[in-house]
Design a protein around this ligand. Structure first.
Ligand code: C5P
Length: 297
């Protein structure tokens, strides 16, 4: 999350999308979640959120506008409303808040858009409502909202373990240039995990130490060949068009291609800004992004 203006009663922030540079999935736990290991990189692509304090009028008013189509509820099921309610329950503020969300991150695309919005909501409201919550308390509230919310609350590149709630900031040198290609259809996260189980579970033999060394060194080519995602195989089996998107990105010079989170967006890594822009120019609907965004380097 990055703040662009911070007067006392109104704050506007960017809630950044994310890319899992690798995603390793382990066996399901007794609570139905899967143990994960992942390196999460925030991207420059972001939703815009404005928060206005409503003095003495407790409650949350949410307004949603989507820039690239798709229907997103402004009701209590929106993760922004869920986050605001969870924090309100924990800190009992005397004031309410009006929130405007301008959605730019594709919906149900594996890029963590809803989780980024929830994380930004927690960060801003904890301040606006003067909750006095510690980082540990905020992370605990974040984990009740969704597995991707704790890492996105951190605001920088993070290693993730557990079901997503064990987070550790990770150094990344420089920025990496990606082209993300939304698939044009939504994919439900539980489906991707369920398909992984149906297809026999563990798949990747990805080498995470090589990948971590590559991001620490800012080595684009080494990162490109080390990226992997255990959910790719089961998702590609149901959506073979995603393999074609991977091939297109490779043919346009991507040094590596990986599916974003639980999919279906695909991300290609390019050697620099020019190569990424050139590829984005010929793939309809694609977006050229950098990670991490300047505010979280
Ligand atoms: O935590 P969140 O609500 O975002 O997770 C959505 C769904 O994704 C879960 O209900 C579960 O099916 C799946 N999931 C999982 N293991 C994780 C994270 C998510 O199985 N570590």
């Amino acid at each position: 999350m990055s703040t662009t203006a911070a007067p006392t009663d109104e704050v506007t922030v960017s809630a950044h999308a994310k890319l899992n540079l690798f995603l390793r999935v382990h066996a399901p736990r007794s609570d139905g979640y899967h143990e994960l290991e992942s390196l999460i990189l925030p991207l420059s692509l972001a939703d815009r959120m404005t928060f206005r304090r409503l003095p003495g009028a407790p409650g949350v008013q949410l307004h949603v506008a989507t820039e690239h189509g798709g229907d997103l509820s402004a009701g209590p099921d929106n993760l922004v409303a869920v986050a605001a309610q969870a924090l309100s329950d924990a800190c009992l503020p005397g004031d309410g808040v009006e929130i405007e969300l301008v959605k730019r991150i594709p919906l149900a695309a594996g890029m963590g858009g809803g989780s980024a919005d929830a994380a930004a909501t927690l960060r801003v409201l904890a301040d606006l409502w003067q909750c006095g919550a510690s980082e540990e308390e905020l992370l605990a509230v974040a984990a009740t909202i969704g597995s991707d919310v704790p890492p996105l609350l951190m605001g920088g590149p993070v290693m993730v373990r557990g079901r997503g709630e064990i987070v550790e900031p990770t150094p990344v040198r420089g920025v990496f240039h990606f082209v993300v290609v939304p698939a044009g259809f939504p994919l439900r996260t539980p489906d991707a995990f369920a398909w992984w189980g149906k297809d026999g579970g563990p798949v990747a033999d990805g080498d995470t130490s090589t990948l971590l060394a590559a991001v620490r060194a800012g080595d684009t080519v080494a990162l490109g060949s080390a990226m992997f995602n255990d959910l790719e195989r089961p998702v590609f089996a149901r959506h073979p068009e995603l393999a074609r998107t991977r091939d297109t990105l490779q043919s346009l010079g991507a040094v590596g291609v990986v599916m974003c989170g639980s999919g279906p967006t695909m991300a290609g890594l390019f050697r620099g800004a020019e190569a990424a822009s050139a590829a984005a120019a010929v793939i309809p609907g694609s977006i050229s992004v950098i990670g991490p965004p300047p505010s979280s380097v």
